[in-house]
Each structure stands twice: as C-alpha cells, then as structure tokens.
Design a protein around this ligand. Structure first.
Ligand code: MN
Length: 204
C-alpha cells in the first residue's frame, strides 16, 4: 500500500486535536535492524498491540492475551491498520470517545531479525512473507527475546482476518513468565503502570 493510502486510513480514524498520538510524519531513514514494539492498550477491551517495522510502517496486530514466552501457547493476533514508525514512542491516554480511547504504555521494544525463508530454506523478503501470511523473526527487546512467528489462519474473505503469534522452540521452555499481567506490567520507557500513566495524564 502506498504511504498516502495507509496514512489516510490511520489518520481518518483519529482527531489529532484531541489525541496526542502521532499524526505520522514522513519516515526517518531507518538505519540498521528493523524495530518492533509491544504496547499495552487499556481500551474497551484490554489488549496488547504487537507492531513490527516493515519498510516505513509499523505492521500491527492486536493480541488480546499478549505474547507468550512459552512455545506451547498460541496467541490470537488480529491485524489492525498500519501505524507510523514514531508510534513506537507513544505512551499516554487517548481521550474517551476517540478511536481506541484508553491508556497506552510501551511494554517492550527493540529490534528484530527477519527469519522468513521458503520451503527450500532460502531467505524471503520479509514484507513479502507478511503479505503471504507467514513471517518468522527473532526479537531483541528488553523483555522479549528469541524466535517468534506470525501465521495467518483465517483470511479477510471469510470473516475477520486472524493470525496466531507463537514462540518457536521446544514446547515447555519458557524463558520469561508466560504472558504478563497487563495491569501490573510496567512501561519499558518510563517504568510506569497503566494506572500511573492514566493518573499522570489526569494531572496535566
Ligand atoms: Mn490497540
């Protein structure tokens, strides 16, 4: 999708007079490895937003239960609209009544290594692998480390498009704590919980 098209979708849902989310500036030239971010979003339904930089956008999935460090857990991931790269910094309160109204913290972020390859083991362009519904990658975050994969199991033609986010590796091996409790989890940026970010926003 051309930049103007996805940005129009993203901007069309938001009133930037009311929300402090970024409106989307022209992308900075990214150097080095692509970025990922996982935000916790206390919206109508609590969820995690899992975002991977692909080119000049953050490809995004809403993951209701969050990523698990246990390969035995398969987590539902529902695609949402592409977000601008600077969204990885966004932490704060989206006003009630606005699109996605609720509190957001940056739970984890870092870089990732694309690992996608075809059946013959040859590396595949990452954007293409996402397009085709299966992408493998190794996360280098403050909290999330290791190999994960996102796989589409239901296409938009049927009903709501749906993917699974799975930790790769021997089942039963968890090097984290499964999934974080979203209400107790802290921002990797500021160390704050959702409740603290909400309280701080109320004081501006
Ligand atoms: Mn969200």
């Amino acid at each position: 999708m051309a930049t103007e098209d996805w940005l129009r979708t993203y901007r069309g849902k938001r009133d930037f007079e009311r929300t402090r989310e970024p409106s989307g500036q022209p992308a900075a030239t990214p150097g080095g490895r692509p970025r990922f971010v996982v935000q916790i979003h206390d919206a109508r339904r609590m969820h995690f937003d899992f975002r991977l930089q692909v080119g000049d956008v953050l490809k995004s999935w809403a993951v209701p239960r969050g990523p698990s460090s246990d390969p035995g857990d398969r987590r539902l991931a529902v695609p949402t609209e592409d977000h601008p790269l600077e969204y990885e910094d966004f932490e704060g309160v989206i006003p009630k009544g606005e699109y996605g109204g609720g509190t957001v913290i940056v739970w984890d972020r870092g870089t990732y290594e694309p690992l996608s390859h075809d059946r013959a083991g040859r590396p595949v362009d990452f954007a293409e692998s996402v397009e085709h519904g299966h992408a493998g990658f190794r996360l280098h975050g403050a909290k999330l480390h290791g190999e994960y994969a996102l796989t589409r199991f239901r296409s938009a033609q049927d009903e709501e498009e749906a993917w699974l986010l799975v930790r790769k590796g021997p089942a039963g091996r968890a090097d984290g704590h499964g999934s974080p409790d979203p209400r107790r989890a802290r921002s990797v940026r500021t160390g704050r919980t959702l409740a603290q970010v909400a309280a701080d926003a109320g004081q501006d």
